[in-house]
Ligand binder design. Structure first.
Ligand SMILES: *Cc1c(COP(=O)(O)O)cnc(C)c1O
Length: 388
C-alpha cells in the first residue's frame, strides 16, 4: 500500500531510520546521564556513547574525532563557523567570499556580519549553478578570511568543484568553509581529499533525528580556531557550551554509520529512480531541468514546467506527492526562488519549478505513481488553459 502523499521532499528533511530510533531509545530514560558528569557511572555511560557517536560522525567524512563539534544542526554550525572565524581573525581582515545561491543560513549570517563591519563578496553562478573559479580567485584580497561555498545546493542539487575551490583557498591563504548539509550522506565527502577547513552538516538530512548537527573544524595544516558563540559550561572543548543532546548525538552517529555502508548502492538506486522520473516528466511540457545535468546530487531533480502555473500545479500535485517549490524556507511566499533567479531563469520559468528529492525509502511504485499524478495534473491544467 502506498502512503499518500508520497514523500519526495528528502532535501527538506528525512524520516529517522528505524535502526537509528532503536539505537537512541536506551538514552532517553535508561542511560540518561549528563555526559559532562564525570564523577559517576551515569555520566561515564553517556560520555562513552557520545564518544562512539563522535567517531561514527568523524569516520563518515574522514575527520579526526577531535575535529567534530556537536551543535543543534547545520544552521547553528554555519553561524558558529562564520561568526566564530570572523571574531577570531579580525586582526587579519573582515572579508568573506561567498556565493549568491547559498542556503539562507549562510546568507543571513553574512548579512548579520555586514552590520558588524564585514565586507562580503557574493559570487554569481552560471546557468548550471556553478561559481566561476577565475572570479573566485580574483575576489580574494589580503583581508579575506574565508571562502564560504556550499558543497551541494539544496534546491537544484548542483555540486560545486570543491577541490578546485580548496586549491584557490590554499593559494590565497584563506580558510575554506563549506555548508555540506546536502552532500554528506548522499555523496562521498572527505575533508582531506577535498581540502576543507570547516564544514557544517546535519543529522536530519541523513536519516538521523532533528535538532543535532556538527561542525568540522580542521586541527592542523592549517589549524583553525574559532571564538565560541554560545558561552557556558565549556562543553565541546569550550567551542559550544550546553548539555549535550545525548540521544540525538547517538542517533546522529548511528545514522552516519548506516549511510556510510549504504551510500554506494543508494546513490545508484536513487539516481536510477530519479532519472526514470525525470525522463518521464520532461516530455510533458517543454520542461527544463534546472541545475547541472552531470555534477548533481543523485537524488535531486528540479524541473520547470514553463506552460503551467506553478502555484496551481503545486496545489494539485501536493495532494498526492509531497514536493517543494524552491526551498522549504521560502515556500509559502509567491516570490520565485532566489536560487533559480540566480541561474538566470525568467520569473515564470522559476515560478513553475518543482523540486523532487528522493531518498532511502523511495520505491519504484512511488515513482510510477508520481509520474502518473504529475502527468495527470499537467494535462488537466493544460486542458483548463491554466498556463504560467
Ligand atoms: C537543511 C539545510 C540547512 C539547515 O540545516 P538545519 O540542520 O535544519 O539547521 C543548511 N544548509 C543547507 C544546504 C540545508 O539543506
Amino acid at each position: 500500500m502506498l502512503k499518500i502523499p508520497v514523500y519526495l521532499d528528502y532535501n527538506a528533511t528525512t524520516p529517522c531510520d528505524p535502526r537509528v530510533v532503536e539505537a537512541m531509545l536506551p538514552y532517553f530514560s535508561g542511560i540518561f546521564g549528563n555526559a559532562a558528569s564525570q564523577q559517576h557511572s551515569y555520566g561515564w555511560q553517556a560520555a562513552e556513547a557520545v564518544a562512539i557517536a563522535r567517531d561514527q560522525v568523524a569516520n563518515l567524512i574522514g575527520a579526526d574525532r577531535t575535529e567534530i563539534f556537536f551543535t543543534s544542526g547545520a544552521t547553528e554550525s554555519v553561524n558558529l563557523a562564520l561568526k566564530g572565524a570572523y571574531e577570531m581573525y579580525g586582526a587579519k581582515g573582515n572579508h568573506i567570499v561567498t556565493c549568491a545561491t547559498e542556503h539562507k543560513a549562510v546568507l543571513d549570517t553574512c548579512r548579520h556580519l555586514e552590520k558588524l563591519g564585514a565586507e562580503i563578496t557574493y559570487l554569481a553562478v552560471n546557468e548550471n549553478g556553478h561559481i566561476d573559479l577565475a572570479a573566485l580567485e580574483k575576489a580574494i584580497r589580503p583581508t579575506t578570511i574565508m571562502i564560504a561555498v556550499m558543497y551541494a545546493n539544496n534546491e537544484i542539487g548542483t555540486i560545486q568543484l570543491i577541490k578546485e575551490i580548496s586549491e584557490i583557498a590554499r593559494k590565497g591563504n584563506v580558510f575554506l568553509f563549506t555548508d555540506a548539509t546536502q552532500a554528506v550522506g548522499k555523496i562521498p565527502v572527505n575533508v582531506h581529499e577535498d581540502g576543507i577547513d570547516l564544514m557544517a552538516f546535519s543529522s536530519h538530512k541523513l536519516y538521523g533525528p532533528k535538532g543535532v548537527g556538527a561542525l568540522y573544524v580542521r586541527r592542523k595544516n592549517p589549524r583553525v580556531k574559532l571564538i565560541a558563540q554560545i558561552d557556558g559550561g565549556g562543553h565541546e572543548r569550550g567551542i559550544r557550551s550546553g548539555t549535550l543532546n545525548v540521544p540525538g548525538i547517538v542517533g546522529f552517529g548511528k545514522a552516519c554509520e548506516l549511510v556510510m555502508h549504504e551510500m554506494a548502492d543508494e546513490m545508484k538506486r536513487q539516481c536510477r529512480l530519479r532519472d526514470q522520473l525525470e525522463n518521464a516528466l520532461v516530455i510533458l511540457d517543454d520542461c527544463k531541468v534546472n541545475g547541472d545535468p552531470q555534477l548533481r546530487l543523485p537524488n535531486t531533480s528540479n524541473i520547470s514546467f514553463p506552460y503551467t502555473d506553478g502555484a496551481v500545479l503545486m496545489t494539485e500535485l501536493t495532494k498526492y506527492v509531497a514536493v517543494s517549490s524552491g526551498s522549504a524556507c521560502t515556500s509559502g511566499s509567491i516570490e520565485p526562488s532566489y536560487v533559480l533567479k540566480e541561474l538566470g531563469l525568467e520569473d515564470n520559468i522559476a515560478r513553475g519549478a518543482i523540486r523532487f528529492s528522493l531518498g532511502r525509502f523511495t520505491t519504484e511504485e512511488e515513482i510510477a505513481f508520481t509520474i502518473e499524478k504529475v502527468t495527470a495534473s499537467v494535462e488537466s491544467l493544460k486542458e483548463r488553459k491554466i498556463v504560467g
